[in-house]
Design a protein around this ligand. Structure first.
Ligand code: IDP
Length: 166
């Protein structure tokens, strides 16, 4: 499979994660989210701070065009710096989404009170984090944020980045 390689016998998968502008604006929240990344044994393969132009925001969220929150979402995601990451671990896609919690912050607070969105989300739109929801979207989103990163090449070379101790 394109987005997996092996680390100590376990399939290593890549995902694309974003810390959204509301969370980047608060250094303590950003730090807490970084802590979550490390505590949960993700390897940070690449990270980048960036500010989206409105068109980039529209393009990334094109599937939501026409929904009642689309304009709000597009404006918010181009309102200030955000941080994008390529993260790796086994089951990276589902593990990251589990840590994020449900899309809607108030639902997250009821159903997953220790998730990132429950703890730090402000509203259903300003919900701190994004994570790819499938192997295909991870591939597409990695290319969107890190066009110079060649997933296939990285997997073939099994880039040597192995933390010790677990
Ligand atoms: P996800 O981020 O949990 O994968 P999506 O349905 O792909 O959820 O929605 C993309 C983003 O659009 C959400 O993270 C959130 O910022 C925003 N959004 C989704 N649904 C709503 C809503 O009902 N109200 C306000 N904003 C929403």
């Amino acid at each position: 499979m394109l987005l997996t390689t092996l680390r100590r016998g376990k399939a290593l998968q890549l995902t694309l994660a974003i810390v959204k502008p509301d969370a980047v604006a608060h250094p303590l929240i950003l730090e807490a989210l970084h802590q979550k990344i490390l505590e949960n044994n993700f390897i940070v393969i690449r990270s980048r701070e960036l500010v989206w132009k409105r068109q980039e925001s529209e393009r990334f969220y094109a599937e939501h065009a026409g929904r009642f929150f689309y304009q709000r979402l597009v404006e918010y995601m181009s309102s200030g710096p955000m941080q994008a990451y390529i993260l790796a671990r086994d089951d990276a896609i589902s593990r990251w989404r589990e840590l994020m919690g449900p899309t809607k912050v108030f639902r997250a607070r009821y159903t997953s009170p220790s998730s990132m969105r429950a703890l730090y989300g402000l509203t259903d739109t300003r919900n701190t984090t994004h994570g790819s929801d499938s192997v295909e979207s991870a591939h597409r989103e990695i290319a969107f944020f890190f066009p110079e990163f060649n997933v296939r090449e990285w997997m073939e070379r099994s880039e040597p980045f192995f933390r010790t101790g677990h």
